[in-house]
Design a protein around this ligand. Sequence first.
Ligand code: PCA
Length: 202
Amino acid sequence: MKKLLLTGFVPFLDYTINPSQQIVQALDRQQIGAYEVVGTILPVEFAKSAAVLLETYERVQPDAVISLGLAAGRERITPERVAINCNDGDADNSGVQVQDQPIAADGPAAYFSTLPIRRMVNRLLERNIPAEISNSAGTYLCNNVMYQMLHYLHQRQLDVPAGFIHIPASHELAAQMKRSIPSWSLDTLTAAIHTAIEELPA
Ligand code: PCA
């Protein structure tokens, strides 16, 4: 059986829960299509997130990697098309804030996702789950881990599908927020990621 490394993030900024973490916990050790899911939760820290991801990759030796993150305010499941070589944005969970900083000094400007993102979106839409390809993963930790995973695989010429999917807020999170944000049930979010995983190459 193939192995899928599925990652989520801990809560960050003013988000008291991170549904990406809950989805990973729900799908951990499940068999989906040709894959057994190996779940890992990443910190939200520029100095640590990708290090934990890459260490886990080396230990697990997965056949595919999907990282998940919360994009509060989005109304659809959004597989990301591209990760860019830039750290910028709010302070992370350790208080570190960076601006306009390259992720890899020797790296290209960007990497495209190597997940079947078009097939994932089409299958989600067939199942009446709102989805679209996103053309920006931002410049915070989600973009950072997507870039670093793809950079690692590219440097080693490893043909392992990898990329990132942003998810909307859950009802539980939205109910705890002071401002209004669109939200989905955790069951639908989890079913959406299950559906996306089904599209990985067998
Ligand atoms: N979302 C953030 C980082 C952690 C998460 O779940 C992002 O979009 O960068």
